[in-house]
Design a protein around this ligand. Structure first.
Ligand code: ADP
Length: 182
């Protein structure tokens, strides 16, 4: 599914983030930037050791912020590592931190002149964020950013399974009325 937001494209696909040909892909990292399971493990496996070497030099990343490395052996030239919140029931600032993780990643892309970027569904694996709520925050944050930042031409959400794809699709359709479908 694709929609246009001003002159930018917001796209949903089901697939593997490590296979994307966007200029940057986003990693659901941890604050120590030390690698792990899920998307993080997949990106480091596919991209090779250079990405971890750069992460070691950077040292860490607070929850809600983002840092950037090269893409190593990945097709993507850059990996933007962001840290979403661990979900503790929703009363510990999780929503603002999750929005912050998306926003910081997009801001870093704008600063680096990156025009195409792919996100996984942050925080919805090991970090336990409920998928429907996380999808709403993800889509709202990206739509709001694209409205003000035409320099980003494409944002793609890469959803790993049919369940996540369906949830993002329903959420985007629900928020779509003021947007122009492609
Ligand atoms: P977090 O720790 O932020 O919750 P996870 O990596 O555990 O991050 O999961 C985030 C989401 O990414 C989950 O919905 C998971 O299904 C999905 N995911 C796992 N591997 C991949 C992949 N290779 N490409 C895209 N999404 C993935």
């Amino acid at each position: 599914m694709q929609v246009k937001i001003n002159n930018s494209i917001l796209e949903l696909v089901q697939g593997d983030i490590t296979k994307q040909g966007t200029e940057a892909i986003v990693n659901a990292a941890n604050s120590g930037l030390r690698g792990g399971g899920g998307v993080d493990g997949a990106i480091h496996r596919a991209g090779g050791p250079q990405i971890m070497e750069e992460c070691w030099k950077i040292g860490g990343c607070p929850t809600g912020s983002a840092v950037i490395t090269t893409g190593g052996r990945l097709q993507a030239r850059y990996v933007i590592h962001t840290v979403g919140p661990v979900y503790h029931g929703g009363n510990r600032g999780e929503a603002e931190l999750l929005a912050g993780a998306y926003r910081s990643s997009l801001k870093l892309a704008s600063e680096k002149g990156i025009r195409t970027i792919a996100f996984p569904s942050l925080s919805t694996g090991a970090y336990g964020y409920p998928l429907d709520e996380a999808a709403r925050i993800a889509i709202k944050t990206v739509v709001d950013y694209l409205k003000d930042h035409p320099e980003i031409g494409l944002v793609r959400f890469v959803l790993f399974n049919a369940d996540a794809y369906g949830t993002f699709e329903t959420t985007l359709r629900d928020t779509q009325s003021p947007l122009i479908p492609l």
